[in-house]
Design a binder for this molecule. Structure first.
Ligand SMILES: [Zn+2]
Length: 491
């Protein structure tokens, strides 16, 4: 009995394990509901191998060997090992490697993966054509039919086709009405700073920062730093994509958004070197909208080629890229955008080395508040790093939207002021003392404020609405996912 199992199953099972892992199906093991998928692929394919081995002089066997050769080539790139099963992200990085400097598709080919895939392919050949066991498994026609459909070759190619299709759709959204030159009609350029850093935060309501008076010390660095902050800054909309598109791109009186006329193209036309460094997703339902703006940057670094959930990367990785870019472009005037994952739910997953500091609250709020301490350290690191450059700089920070926070947790919503009340502050080489700007300012004025920081005047913008001169705004509107409504009408 044991001998029979050994002779029949050991080699095909082992080959299946190697293909399953090498093609990236291992990542199904990390989500409880996906675990059966992994084992289904493994088991079906084991029988598929046994069927191929037992069939003699069969054209299916030759075709399968050829397809296993292609799979081995893919495995040799290490993509499956490192990035998991075939996805939109993998296809995107294959197509976007030249545009996005953080994508390194096919660049990590190393000897060990080549050797692995070579041995795997030779073993496959040996098993299919040379291995002869005295024990056989009998397959009826239905089972054969089933195996010919549900084997790892088909699973992999179907996944690839689905991912390709998704990519083509997202790529179309990415580029639609979004290529070519846009004239900002610039009147004047008087650059103020050598390095301008714009940090786009995620899911940070200002009421929970000690900078804005929260009782816990969530922002100890900012509490003492020479920071200029607006005490009442209001986001354009209550979630990432709707808010950032309206903040970073030009919108006319009819609320028509001109995506090409955005923060990046303005800086480009003003002869700044533009760099976009993002820990959010590159392509996907919620991510492509912001990428439509980001793709205009001269240099792009997306840590995730798929959507924002495609992997979990520490925001601190952004600091390393910022550092290398500051070194690389130390003689140019730079505008550098940093898009954080910040405090995005679930905040516990954003902490990494940051300790949880507020055990008196429930775990969820403990993580959320601690993620603001992590943000505070992040800002401090950026400020310290820029200080070392001996060049003039400014750092602007704002969050994309606020949040509804309750005892048990927090969530995105559109109904209360808290969903739109966000922090906005600036640190700069020429700001030496704290200054609270007591005004109501809408993020719909961000382009005006930003242009003021850049020292750029454009016919599309109002240069009187810079940070210093902008009047308080009693009639702020917000986009609540359906309409533009008065902020003051919210609870
Ligand atoms: Zn967001």
């Amino acid at each position: 009995m044991f001998k029979r199992i050994f002779h029949i199953y050991v080699i095909p099972f082992f080959l299946s394990v190697c293909y399953t892992i090498g093609l990236g199906f291992w990542d199904y093991l990390f989500r409880l509901k996906d675990i059966p998928v992994f084992f289904a692929v493994l088991i079906f394919n084991t029988y598929f191998f046994i069927y191929l081995n037992q069939s003699r002089g069969n054209v299916i066997k030759d075709i399968a060997l050829f397809l296993f050769f292609i799979l081995s080539l893919y495995i040799s790139t290490s993509t499956g090992f490192l990035q998991g099963h075939m996805s939109l992200g993998i296809v995107a990085s294959a197509f976007q490697t030249n545009q996005n400097e953080a994508f390194e598709f096919f660049s990590i080919i190393s000897a060990k993966y080549l050797v692995f895939s070579l041995i795997l392919f030779l073993s496959t050949f040996y098993y299919l054509y040379k291995y002869d066991s005295e024990f056989k498994v009998s397959f009826n026609k239905k089972v054969v039919f089933f195996l010919l459909f549900l084997n790892i070759i088909n699973t992999f190619f179907v996944q690839t086709l689905v991912a390709l299709n998704k990519y083509k759709k997202e790529e179309k959204i990415l580029t639609e009405d979004n290529t070519g030159f846009t004239d900002w009609k610039i009147k004047k350029i008087t650059p103020k700073y050598d390095n301008q850093i714009i940090i786009i935060g995620e899911s940070v309501p200002r009421a929970y920062l000690s900078l804005y008076g929260f009782k816990e010390k969530t922002t100890p660095f900012l509490d003492k730093a020479p920071v200029e902050f607006i005490d009442h800054y209001i986001s354009t909309a209550p979630n990432t994509a709707t808010s950032l598109v309206r903040t970073l791109a030009y919108m006319d009186e009819n609320h028509d958004i001109d995506i090409k006329r955005n923060v990046v193209t303005l800086a480009n036309q003003a002869k700044y070197n533009t760099i976009w460094i993002s820990n959010q997703g590159f392509l996907g339902k919620n991510d492509t909208a912001v990428s439509r703006i980001a793709i205009h940057a001269n240099h792009k670094f997306f840590l995730k080629s798929g959507n924002y959930r495609s992997k979990n990367t520490d925001d601190d990785v952004l600091l390393g890229i910022l550092n290398s870019q500051l070194n690389k472009y130390k003689d140019q005037k730079n505008v550098i955008f940093i898009h954080m994952m910040g405090s995005h739910p679930d905040a516990c997953e954003r902490l990494f080395k940051q300790p949880k500091m507020y055990p008196q609250y429930g775990n969820s709020i403990n993580c959320y508040l601690s993620s603001f301490n992590k943000l505070d350290s992040f800002i401090q690191s950026v400020y310290t790093r820029l200080g070392k450059t001996k060049r003039s700089f400014s750092i602007t920070y704002f969050s994309d939207h606020g949040m509804t926070v309750h005892q048990a947790g927090y969530n995105v919503d559109n109904k209360t002021k808290k969903n739109y009340d966000i922090p906005f502050f600036i640190l700069a080489s020429d700001i030496k003392k704290r200054n609270k700007i007591e005004k109501i300012v809408s993020a719909y004025d961000f382009l005006n404020i930003y242009a003021g920081q850049l020292g750029v005047q454009s016919l599309y913008l109002n240069d009187k609405r810079n940070l210093k001169e902008i009047p308080t705004n009693e009639n702020v509107q917000v986009f609540n996912w359906e309409n533009y409504i008065p902020y003051h009408s919210l609870d």
